[in-house]
Design a protein around this ligand. Structure first.
Ligand code: AHR
Length: 506
């Protein structure tokens, strides 16, 4: 394999990373809430019923924001069912996932949990079966201090101080026929604009995310974005993007290139935003919230069967993906894609956080453990904060029927000015070969190597399980060096890499 050559210069800036780029998502779906974050009978449960072992893993990552309560679930959700005395809350059919929702956890419990987890809440309102009235009531319930019907109801529920939820989603995937209350772009654009208007009248400090397309394969994409933005441009700060990628058959080469589709989706949505901006002669720049992204394919068939054969259970096993090493490398390359667009993508949510499509898994009544995908997410959240630098990359590549020429190397660098730290995230997409890289650091004089960690395995299908939770973990490489302003490293086949550098003292 030829050497991939990279140049880094701290003056070639893409943009500042908004910490919310490393957000996540918890939906009332499967065992995400019940048996995931909430399990009052678990030996580690706190006084509110939340699992402390799960909270610890979430704090380890450092998740800045968590979207809640859906997803598809929110489009049939009455938020009023989830507040007030638990014993009086109704059990409801959740038509999105064919389950029974016991409403043991609702808005107040989730906000309390988020405080313990050290994260901000991003609440979604129901624009499927509900509308502007329920949306403005929920903002009043959460954010108005006191002296009105909804704020006093919150206080009567034992929550004296307002939650101050800053970030709100205007519905979920409203372009999808599977969505409860699915709408055309014009129908959604109108209701989203009106909901946004009154929600901000209740609390002018909030920020709003309008629904973009559910994925880039929708027939209405990207006209959906253009039409919706035409209605909501002056009322919202963000448009959402969603994308899940999977392995088709055994075509690993195509799977490993999926972040190129993410690049394309981000750039297309930016173009749609900027066309509407120009049409409106607006000075405002619309930002992107990639509020659902991940790998999802292992459990899809099994889930369809569960929903068909055993509907209406509470917290069944749904969307529990056993993530492989290859999946973690794709997640890593998707994180790089988000970072490459950090000037416009300000929020992103790995979907999801616990049990459902998750980096963190639990056994009900038992242990919690880290999936393979935990590690790229942890590294990016911990070391991916600062200024993203534009790299000049000259990498050997392979031909792929779907993507054309695909570089083996995917990489990005982040510079933390104050602490004078530099982080390089890199993926080797080769199925078989070590990829040697040489990084010209002359644009960043005086930097020395701290560590090179790689996530790799001889078996691309290797997973972590409850029984073998540490089968796939990052390991230090000892053959990486910095000499005469050049970083030399070798990247294992199908690997995720974290290389950290610091300015040498003196
Ligand atoms: O994250 C799982 C589901 O994927 C969400 O409920 C929905 O928004 C998307 O289709």
């Amino acid at each position: 394999m030829n050497t991939a050559r990279v140049s880094i210069n701290k003056d070639f800036r893409i943009g500042e990373v908004d910490p919310r780029l490393f957000g996540s998502f918890i939906e009332h779906l499967g065992r995400a809430v019940y048996g995931g974050i909430y399990e009052p009978d678990h030996p580690t449960a706190d006084e509110l019923g939340f699992r402390r072992d799960v909270l610890e893993l979430i704090r380890e990552i450092g998740v800045p924001v968590v979207r809640y309560p859906g997803g598809n679930f929110v489009s049939g959700y009455n938020w009023e069912d989830g507040v007030g005395p638990v014993a009086e809350r109704p059990r409801r059919l959740d038509l999105a996932w064919k389950t029974t929702e016991p409403n043991l956890v609702g808005t107040n419990e989730f906000v309390a949990w988020a405080k313990c987890a050290g994260t901000e809440v991003n609440l979604a309102v129901n624009l499927g079966t509900r509308g502007i009235d329920a949306a403005r009531d929920l903002v009043e319930y959460c954010n108005h201090p006191a002296g009105t019907y909804w704020s006093d109801l919150r206080r009567s529920h034992g929550v004296d101080q307002p939650h101050g939820v800053q970030l709100w989603c205007l519905g979920n995937e409203m372009d999808g026929p599977w969505q409860i209350g699915h709408k055309t772009a014009a129908e959604y654009g109108r209701i989203a604009a009106e909901a946004a208007k009154v929600m901000k009248w209740v609390d002018p400090s909030i920020q709003l995310v309008a629904c973009g397309s559910s994925n880039a394969r929708m027939a209405t994409y990207p006209d959906w974005e253009a039409t919706v933005l035409d209605h909501v441009y002056d009322h919202v700060e963000f448009i959402s993007l969603h994308s899940y990628h999977g392995l088709a058959g055994d075509d690993l080469a195509t799977f490993l290139a999926q972040s190129l589709a993410m690049d394309d989706q981000i750039e297309t949505v930016i173009a749609a935003c900027d066309v509407v901006k120009a049409k409106k002669r607006s000075r405002k720049q619309m930002m992107l919230s990639f509020d659902e992204w991940n790998v999802w394919y292992h459990a899809r068939d099994r889930d369809r069967e569960t929903m068909r054969q055993e509907p209406w259970r509470v917290a069944p096993l749904l969307t529990e993906e056993a993530y492989t090493l290859a999946d973690a490398v794709v997640v890593g390359s998707m994180l790089i894609s988000l970072l490459k667009h950090a000037d416009r993508v300000k929020i992103a949510c790995l979907a999801q956080l616990v049990n459902a499509l998750a980096p963190i898994m639990t056994v009900t009544g038992g242990r919690a453990w880290r999936q393979t995908t935990f590690y790229p997410y942890l590294h990016a959240s911990r070391y991916g904060r600062g200024t993203v630098l534009r790299l000049a990359i000259d990498s050997p590549s392979y031909e792929n029927a779907e993507f054309g020429k695909v570089p083996f190397l995917e990489a990005i660098a982040i510079h933390e000015e104050e602490s004078e730290m530099m982080t390089l995230f890199a993926v080797n997409r080769s199925l078989t070969d070590v990829l040697p890289i040489e990084v010209d650091l002359r644009g960043m004089p005086g930097y020395r190597l701290i560590e090179h960690l790689e996530l790799a395995d001889a078996d691309p299908d290797a997973t972590n399980t409850a029984e073998r939770p540490n089968a796939v973990v990052p390991r230090a490489r000892d053959d990486t060096s910095v000499e005469n302003g050049v970083l030399s490293a070798r990247l294992s086949p199908i690997s995720w890499n974290l290389v950290r550098l610091a300015k040498a003292a003196g």
